[in-house]
Each structure stands twice: as structure tokens, then as C-alpha cells.
Design a protein around this ligand. Structure first.
Ligand code: ZN
Length: 380
């Protein structure tokens, strides 16, 4: 069997056994792609999950996307004829543009459990530090899914969200990305002689968030303080004097311990609390009327992994390279010129250097779709 035929057969098999039924299915635009292109056709619509399922089994698409927007006529063209009803908020957290130490080892194309946990932390930060406390969204209104490749998607859908204007969406994106945040407003006496006055944990907005996060890190220990970008020596000093420091901050006095170059120090900590992916968040939240996003529980054609929908409890212990594997069956003979080691299903494969041999289908397909492997033969 041709390798691509084998892969499509596996994709088809996957869709026979899975439930892909997004909310408001009949009001969304769908798009799909093949091995070469993430989108080869858009403006598709399905009246129910049965119809979508038949499509998925028949076409075995390598990529499947849907619109965060809901339309009266989702398959109409051009866009304005679709008649927009409203749109959910869709946030995309992706590690591609982050600068992480492990990426120096495996490159930007591949992932490992370290960078995937950074993506997870960012996703949780977005939910727990922003969407719930600052915007009042409820967990029941949120959907989380692994993107299928290098990150997570968070969808917020409720009647209030659907009706949000473009300006309101822009404000949400700006707030989360800390755009227009005025440091001098949060620390009014910074740069002046005398006591550094700053936010209290009970303050609204960014000020309160900074104070609460700092106190939390202070109570957790030096490692938590260091993850805010504080060097070890200062972190230890702050932790030793934590009772004093915390009492000060609760009263708006951030000057209980001497810190050199105060302004740089605190502005660095503030920067660390912004969601790392501001630009991507901005693009997704604000271009909602034309944008499509990966359909949860479908196969990602650049990895062969499932863009898996997750509950909050599942997210905690989820590792995509173990838990989002779609192709469990069969082996393939591949040739890999050069590739770093990967870890799937708790097993290390590689590093590869002119390697020819049999590997599980999920490893072979992953390396093939990522452009690292050539498939020589298929053992179904
Ligand atoms: Zn990594």
C-alpha cells in the first residue's frame, strides 16, 4: 500500500470511532486540507453531526477547521452573504514564537514535554488569571483543546460573548496582552526618592493581579519567585523576609526589603505576567469574522496527533505525546537522515542519523508529516 493511502486509511478508521460534534454545528463555516495545504476548500457547512461524520469518513481530511463565528448562511459566498450572528472568543496558545531552552536542542519544528508544559501553563494562566477572575467567565462556558501540534486552544462561548462588538474584543485582547499598561500608574512613586508605593492585592485590574501573584510566589518559595525572573540571591532574601514583605504589600508598601535598581526589577516582574503570546491572541480575537480554527477532536495533518478536547481535570495530567496519539496500530519502515530524539508513549526514539528501520505507525507518521522521514514500506 502507498504510504499516503495507508495514512488516509488510518484517518478514516479514526473518524469511524470518534464523536466530532461542535456546538452550533449548523451555523459554522468549515474548511479542510490535505497533505500539502492546510486549507484546500472552505465555505462548507453541515446540518448536523451525522452529516459532518459522513464527510470526515468519506474524505479523510488531513486538516479540519471551523469558524469561531456563527452565521445564518455559513456556506454562502462572499463572506458578507453569510450574515454574521456572533462569534465565540477563541484563544490560541502556541510555543512556536517563544524562546525556550529545549528548542535549542530539538528545534522549533518538534516539541518535547518541557515546551508542551510551558504551553499548558500559559493556557492555565489565561484561564485562571484572566478569563475567570477578570472577565467573570465560568468554566462551563469554556472549552479547551490541544491544538494537535504545539499548543492549546481555549474557546469561550456564551450568549454574552457571541454579541461582543469588535471594540470590546480588541479591549479584551489588549488587556490580556498588557498593552497600554502604565507602569507609573501601578507604582506611582517609582523613580522618586522615598517609599515605593504599589498595588494592594485587593485592587482591581492589573495592579491587584500583580500584588496577588507576587504574594502567592512569596508564600510558595524561592523557586516560584525565580520563575518571575528574580535572581536566586534576591529570591532567597525575599523568601526569608516574606512575612515582612507580604505585610508591606498588603498595605501598598513595596519597599520593605532593599532592592537595587527598583524600577527595572519590578517592571521585569510585571512583564513576566503578561500572556507570552500577545500577538497571536490579538490576531485570533480580533479577526473573528473571517478566521477559522482547528476543529476539536480531529486529526492534525502536520503531526498525526489528535486536537483533543479536554476537561479541566484532564488538562492537568495531559501530555499530548502520550495522550493524543491517534494511530495505535501497525508499523512502518522509515528512513531518517537526521532528526533529534522524540519521546512518544513514554518511549524515546532516536536521535536519528541515517537510520533505516521499523517504527510504530504513530512515530513514523509523526516524523513523516514533520518532514524528517521517508516512508519505505507499511506493515498494516
Ligand atoms: Zn521542548
Amino acid at each position: 500500500m502507498e504510504p499516503r493511502e495507508f495514512i488516509l486509511e488510518q484517518v478514516r478508521e479514526y473518524y469511524k470511532n470518534v464523536d466530532v460534534s461542535p456546538s452550533h454545528i449548523e451555523k459554522r463555516e468549515f474548511a479542510y486540507g490535505d497533505f500539502e495545504h492546510k486549507i484546500i476548500q472552505r465555505h462548507l457547512s453541515f446540518k448536523d453531526s451525522k452529516e459532518l461524520r459522513s464527510f470526515l469518513i468519506e474524505k479523510a481530511p488531513m486538516h479540519m477547521h471551523y469558524s469561531p463565528a456563527l452565521y445564518k448562511f455559513p456556506d454562502a459566498r462572499p463572506m458578507e452573504n453569510k450574515q454574521l450572528i456572533g462569534a465565540e472568543l477563541a484563544f490560541d496558545i502556541d510555543i512556536t514564537d517563544m524562546d525556550l531552552p529545549c528548542q535549542k536542542v530539538h528545534g522549533k519544528e518538534l516539541v518535547c514535554k518541557d515546551c508542551l508544559s510551558v504551553a499548558k501553563e500559559e493556557a492555565l494562566k489565561l484561564i485562571e488569571d484572566f478569563l475567570i477572575p477578570d472577565f467573570g467567565f465560568k468554566k462551563e462556558e469554556m472549552e479547551i483543546n490541544f491544538s494537535g501540534n504545539r499548543g492549546y486552544h481555549i474557546h469561550v462561548i456564551s450568549n454574552e460573548v457571541l454579541g461582543l462588538s469588535e471594540e470590546a474584543r480588541k479591549e479584551i485582547a489588549d488587556y490580556i496582552s498588557g498593552k497600554g499598561l502604565d507602569f507609573n500608574e501601578i507604582f506611582p512613586t517609582i523613580g522618586q526618592k522615598g517609599v515605593l508605593i504599589g498595588p494592594k492585592p485587593t485592587d482591581p485590574g492589573w495592579g491587584g493581579k500583580i500584588a496577588r501573584n507576587f504574594i502567592k510566589a512569596l508564600e510558595t518559595g524561592p523557586a516560584a519567585l525565580m520563575s518571575l525572573g528574580i535572581e536566586r540571591r534576591i529570591a532567597k532574601n525575599l523568601y526569608e523576609k516574606r512575612a515582612l514583605v507580604e505585610m508591606g504589600i498588603r498595605n501598598g508598601n513595596w519597599d520593605m526589603v532593599y532592592i537595587k535598581k527598583k524600577k527595572d526589577f519590578w517592571s521585569n516582574i510585571l512583564t513576566k505576567q503578561v500572556i507570552k503570546q500577545s500577538d497571536i491572541i490579538d490576531r485570533n480575537v480580533t479577526s473573528y469574522t473571517t478566521h477559522t480554527i482547528r476543529l476539536p477532536n480531529t486529526i492534525h495533518g502536520s503531526t498525526g496527533l489528535i486536537a483533543k478536547k479536554l476537561s479541566f481535570a484532564e488538562l492537568e495530567r495531559f501530555n499530548p505525546l502520550n495522550d493524543a496519539i491517534a494511530f495505535e496500530k501497525g508499523e512502518m519502515k522509515i528512513r531518517v537522515e537526521k532528526a533529534p530524539a522524540i519521546m512518544m508513549k513514554n518511549q524515546v526514539f532516536g536521535p536519528f542519523e541515517k537510520v533505516e528501520g521499523y517504527f510504530p505507525a504513530y512515530v513514523s507518521i509523526y516524523l513523516y508529516l514533520k518532514g524528517f522521514a521517508q516512508i519505505l514500506s507499511v506493515e498494516a
